[in-house]
Design a protein around this ligand. Sequence first.
Ligand SMILES: [Fe+2]
Ligand SMILES: [Fe+2]
Length: 165
Amino acid sequence: MDALKLLKQDHDKVKKILSELDETGEKAVKTRTTLFAKLKRELTIHEIIEEEILYPAFEEQAKLKDIVLEGYQEHHVVDLILGELAQLSPDDEKWGAKLSVAKENVEHHIEEEEGDMFKKARQLFDSGELEQLGQRLEARKKEVEKETPEELQETRDEAHEENAA
Ligand SMILES: [Fe+2]
Ligand SMILES: [Fe+2]
């Protein structure tokens, strides 16, 4: 599959979970817990495949370099907010506010990728190259999907240390 289409599918899935979470209240502890775990897993896998495969390929293009560097930092900020949310009890009055901020940050990041980044990528890579990148993303995604939450976090930390710190 075309790399950009594959990532857009992930984006849509993540946005849907965020909207569902945004509608929950403090009493919906179980729903918040389940949906948050789903969100964290989806986002972590997505960040891993972008940082291991997509961003390094894009970074080689001068026209994409700055926006990719910004992307790494945006992933970093999203990770920080999600980390804080994970520490907070879903019935805490601050939980909803923090979730809203996470939602705004993720949505902003998705807009930047699907806007400027993907548009430039379509000009710089032909459909065969994007298809090949998509295959690599898909294969790596299948691999990391098998990991436990702890293993996944380790994989994420490795990519993160290299790119955003
Ligand atoms: Fe991203
Ligand atoms: Fe993305």
